[in-house]
Design a protein around this ligand. Sequence first.
Ligand SMILES: *Cc1c(COP(=O)(O)O)cnc(C)c1O
Length: 345
Amino acid sequence: MEKKNLDWANLSFSYVKTDYRYVANYTAAAGKWDEGGLTTDDQIVMSEDAGVLQYSQSVFEGLKAYTTKDGHIVTFRPDLNAQRMYDSAKRLEIPPVPVDQFVDAVHQVVKANEAWVPPYGTGATLYLRPYVFGISPVIGVKPADDYQFRVFCTPVGPYFKGGAKPIYVRITDYDRAAPHGTGNIKAGLNYAMSLEAIVEAHQAGFAENIYLDAATRTKIEETGGANILFVAQDDTLVVPKSNSILPSITRRSLVYVAEHYLGMKVDERPVYLKEVLDGEFKECGLCGTAAVISPIGKINDHGKDYEFASGMEEMGPWMSKLRSTLLGIQEGEIEAPEGWIHVIG
Ligand SMILES: *Cc1c(COP(=O)(O)O)cnc(C)c1O
């Protein structure tokens, strides 16, 4: 199989139309998802009154396929993405896609687009975007009758070109998620309302917004698209816990790596902004599929800066160890826990 002629190491994180995508349909009449299959058609034709267009009834996932050191094409824990999209769908009254069908769809899309999977060593990956949305007309506020599930893929470049430099972030006055809202599901609606906040943050010179809990505005939640991790002065990995944080698969994997590979103590609990400002933590990082860990060097809280001991030059030693261990597991250089690596070819 001949690979596409792309400059893999210099791809950005943007959409490129690849050859195949997967489509399945659910109708209220059938009461179930159809078998689905691959298509080359990247266009969607739907009613002007589709549920997704009127009331944002849609949820999505994000995961990557990549080439391991020994030349296999794999995905990382796709069953967890499947389960998370199942849970997200239920919260928005979308008929959930069965976990096995999700994993099979991802498998089919990667296999059909093998020529687009970046070679090992380039740092690039094939990003997969599964999503499901209400496609039938809805005008009174209620769930749509019919739904479509799609998976497309797009090659994306290395997240860090030339090293993982610590970022400068701010505490924002916007809220991301209400206490019993939708913060714990992966839905486009959570992103739409974060756009103004992120545009303003970028204009002010910050890489990201850190959201506090909406109820008390005292606890650290996460950023718009990544969970947050801290390392305490006694080397414990401290992980903010709250019902309105999105359950990141990277974060859950890093917690396992910390305990079982690095022998770290892990404390998952509410984390107060005050603890950060009082110097309880020496390292901080964002985690998610794209970057694995992106180090935070400095936090701005309403004009006042707090810089972590690890500083603005390099990733701290623990974040660095966590990141390289999980990357090593993903790339087949370190033995993975049972079931983490889904081999496609
Ligand atoms: C997707 C997402 C993450 C990261 O989740 P991963 O499964 O690790 O990629 C974190 N926070 C939010 C709000 C997200 O949407």
